[in-house]
Design a protein around this ligand. Structure first.
Ligand code: NDP
Ligand code: MG
Length: 400
């Protein structure tokens, strides 16, 4: 029986993970579950999966939830606060850790799982963008196995030779091609994009995801973060990673080899496929995903991304090229801007302006930053981004 800790179990990836575990009770046991504020969902998950430990990051909700768990006669020990997440990630009974917390809040637990020698199923792309080097180094030292969950990186992982070492350039690879659906605004004009609403941004045409990544998909920042993620995981320079818009979301990414072969991974757009792949690797596991009907898909389209209408992708390419702490700066400013957009304090076009301003004014120290320097850059970029966003009483604008 394999013990699985699901960090961010109440989110979109977390629930998809629990759905795969639910289908294989003879092989997997959810030993730990965590949420930020969704105590209701976490309670229901504890009733179903009876984990050894659960954690609610918002400590103010701990007492009431702990009382409910006790009253229901559950064996689950409830922890509180984000500082306890690393302890959950290093839990002895957790053989595998699903890192599915959104944003930089997932970094401490992702690092802890990598350091504790777990099989680390990593969806939390922001942790890799911020401190990927540290995550890979911790895994190398402890012997942890990392398997990417992000559908593109999982697709690339599946198309690479089985002996591939993450972080090192795979032999014989010419290029990696990351596909992008193009998001809900793929065919919108630049002027219509200016004032797109959060509801429109979160109505993704092919994937059903959490709100932050939905907005990132609408700005194409998601593909930018993924480019940095790919640069790190597959040890390739930005020039050898291409982004291709593919509206059907059927081809999840491709690897081109020096002999002209191109290998791709295809499937229905459902995250349970990469999750099952990572849980079972190197074997295979049924996931409950609808099988692909190529005749129904009928056609596969590919087009280049439009950096004019989607400047966030250009900012991410610039951050990938700059290296050092710039990817962390980009990701932190993006988190602050997206939150402001979702709360109606910033318009859609303002997201890119805030991130661009923070990056343009940034004086890089150069070199490869250690963890302390990354965390300091994250904090400073957040403060600078917040300064750029107008107060709540002047909605949908940024300060001149
Ligand atoms: P969701 O917003 O749906 O879920 C996020 C999870 O993290 C929830 O369990 C949430 O708890 C928890 N959480 C949020 N903030 C904190 C915090 N400060 N401290 C502790 N826990 C927190 O996100 P997704 O599942 O969509 O995405 C998760 C990660 O996976 C992201 O990094 C995303 O980029 C990546 N990813 C997602 C894909 C998808 O299809 N959804 C595809 C590829 C990658 P609560 O519910 O209580 O708020
Ligand atoms: Mg993806």
């Amino acid at each position: 029986m394999i013990g699985v800790a699901v960090l961010g179990s109440t989110g979109s990836i977390g629930e998809s993970t629990l759905d795969v575990l639910r289908q294989h009770p003879d092989r997997f046991r959810a030993v730990a579950l965590t949420a930020h504020r969704n105590a209701e969902r976490l309670f229901a998950q504890c009733v179903e999966f009876r984990p050894e430990v659960a954690l609610i990051a918002d400590a103010s909700l701990h007492a009431a939830l702990a009382a409910r768990l006790r009253a229901a006669g559950l064996p689950t020990k409830l922890l509180a606060g984000g500082d306890e997440l690393p302890a959950i990630a290093a839990l002895p009974s957790a053989d595998y850790v699903m890192a599915a917390i959104v944003g930089a809040a997932g970094l401490n637990s992702t690092l802890a799982a990598a350091g504790a020698g777990k099989r680390l199923l990593i969806a939390n792309k922001e942790a890799l963008v911020m401190a990927g080097r540290q995550v890979l180094a911790a895994a190398r030292q402890s012997g942890a196995t990392i398997i990417p969950i992000d559908s593109e990186h999982n697709a690339v992982f599946q198309c690479l030779p089985s002996a591939t070492v993450l972080g090192a350039e795979p032999p014989g690879v010419r290029r990696v091609m990351l596909t992008a659906s193009g998001g809900p605004f793929r065919s919108w004009s630049a002027s219509a994009l200016q004032n797109a609403t959060p509801e429109q941004a979160c109505a993704h045409p092919t994937w059903n995801m959490g709100r932050k990544i939905s907005v990132d998909s609408a700005t194409l920042m998601n593909k930018g973060l993924e480019l940095i993620e790919a640069q790190l995981l597959f040890g390739l320079p930005v020039e050898r990673i291409e982004v291709v818009i593919h509206p059907q979301s059927v081809v999840h990414s491709l690897v081109e080899y020096i002999d002209g072969s191109v290998l791709a991974q295809l499937g229905s757009p459902d995250m349970r496929t990469p999750i099952a792949q990572a849980l079972a690797w190197p074997q295979r596991l049924a996931s409950g995903v609808q099988f692909l009907d190529l005749l129904q898909v009928a056609r596969l389209d590919f087009e280049p991304p439009d950096l004019g209408r989607f400047p966030c992708l250009g900012l991410a390419i610039a951050a990938a090229r700059a290296g050092a702490e710039m990817p962390a700066v980009l990701s932190a400013a993006n988190e602050v801007a997206v939150e402001a957009f979702l709360e109606g304090r910033l318009n859609f076009a303002g997201i890119e302006q805030v991130i661009g301003d923070v990056m343009n004014g940034w004086l890089s120290t150069g070199g490869t930053p250690g963890l302390e320097a990354v965390l300091a850059a994250d904090a400073r970029a957040r403060a600078l981004a917040a300064e750029r966003i107008a107060p709540a009483n002047s909605p949908r604008s940024i300060r001149a």
